[in-house]
Design a protein. Structure first.
Length: 132
């Protein structure tokens, strides 16, 4: 909320310059439109994380970390990606997605035994009943 004096000052400046008032209204409308688009995107991203198996807060955080790890690898930093994958698995060791994505990275690196290990870990997680 704005102080009455500040409001009066802003109002007087805007009414003196109609072009400035139009620009301010246009910018405010853009802000609200972008804010709504951002909220919609975040809602959709949350649903996408749930689709990956992140039905819990820990699961969603783990999926985000796994995605960060994969993006880090794609930018060329394998060692930092591994750190992110470790953090993702530590956050939620019951989220198969993190293991599967790590396996994909290892396979792309040519580390086939590591890739096989992480695939198997992901499968094991899927086969183990999840108790919350």
């Amino acid at each position: 909320s704005m102080l009455p004096l500040t409001y009066a000052f802003a109002h007087s400046k805007l009414t003196k310059n109609r072009g400035l008032e139009k620009d301010a209204r246009k910018n405010l409308a853009k802000y609200f439109e972008l804010n709504q688009m951002t909220q919609d995107a975040l809602r959709q991203y949350g649903l996408a994380l749930e689709d990956l198996g992140g039905q819990t807060e820990k699961g969603r955080m783990s999926a985000i970390l796994a995605n960060l790890a994969f993006a880090t690898f794609q930018r060329g930093n394998y060692h930092k990606a591994v750190q992110h994958f470790r953090q993702a698995i530590k956050t939620d060791p019951k989220l198969s997605y993190s293991y599967q994505l790590w396996a994909t990275v290892e396979r792309q690196q040519g580390n086939y035994s590591k890739a096989s290990h992480w695939h198997q870990m992901g499968i094991n997680v899927l086969l183990t009943p999840r108790i919350s």
